[in-house]
Design a protein around this ligand. Structure first.
Ligand code: BTN
Length: 248
């Protein structure tokens, strides 16, 4: 059972990246250890993209040591995505806007017919002798932080949505509770079902980017093995396990 207690939470004011810190201490740390900070100077996202981490946002990484098969690690990202969704829904449902999951690791909100990112997840792992040594999941939520103008068309904060400041500690503790629930109690099929129910699966073709290759196709489904299945414009069926869905 995963139970996160206060003594497992390392609280910092400023750090380059909680993800890098967590990876350094992961070997010697207990499952459920969390590093949380107010500011990151080198916050990063998937594919080494910069994660803007000014004061007011929620930035943390959690160390996990699950006894699952190495090809099942994707499920932890999806469990975290659902936990973030439950947490944010509590605040966003009071507005007219709706939250969605965007495969594989984004939580977005639909405003004026455009999807804007409010949170992202970065999952990294260490494998030893074909077994999971540790998994570090990093979470960034745009809560009360100011976003640079250059991101205004693709990202948004909870404060902009709700027009009020929401205490970071409140978001954090609620997210931890939801994550414990999914981690301890939800089997893969239930997680995938809920993940699919909340995912953006447009009727129209989308652009998909994988290893710098661009594809156009329609999303058929998100599979139980974590992959995304597309029918490309030449009608071939393709499954991707990493990459980015680009919505127009
Ligand atoms: C993404 O959307 O590509 C993932 C963003 C993950 C950002 C978080 S913030 C806390 C943790 N530390 C990092 O440097 N990155 C993750």
């Amino acid at each position: 059972m995963l139970k996160i207690t206060n003594n497992k939470i390392i609280r910092l004011k400023k750090i380059s990246s909680t993800q890098d810190y967590a990876k350094i201490i992961a070997d010697k740390s207990d499952e459920g250890t969390i590093i949380i900070t107010e500011i990151q100077t080198k916050g990063r996202g998937r594919y080494e993209r910069k994660w803007d981490s000014q004061k007011g946002g929620l930035y943390f990484s959690i160390i996990l040591k699950p006894q699952i098969n190495i090809n099942k690690t994707f499920i932890l990202t999806y469990k975290m995505a659902l936990a973030i969704l439950d947490t944010l829904k509590y605040f966003v449902n009071k507005t007219e806007l709706k939250l969605f999951l965007k495969w594989p690791n984004d939580i977005v909100i639909k405003c004026n017919n455009k999807y804007k990112k409010i949170s992202g997840i970065l999952t990294e792992s260490s494998i030893k002798k074909n077994k999971i040594n540790w998994i570090v999941i990093g979470i960034g939520i745009n809560a009360n932080n100011k976003l640079p103008k250059s991101l205004n068309h693709i990202a948004i904060s909870l404060k902009e949505i709700t027009k009020r400041n929401i205490k970071i500690e409140f978001i954090f503790s609620s997210l931890i509770k939801h994550f414990e629930k999914y981690y301890n109690k939800y089997p893969t099929n239930k997680v995938m079902e809920k993940y699919r129910e909340n995912s953006i699966i447009p009727e129209v073709p989308i652009t998909f980017i994988n290893n710098q290759n661009k594809y156009t196709g329609k999303i058929r489904k998100i599979r139980n093995d974590g992959g995304i299945e597309l029918t490309l414009s030449d009608r071939t069926k393709t499954i991707f396990y990493s990459g980015d869905v680009v919505l127009s």
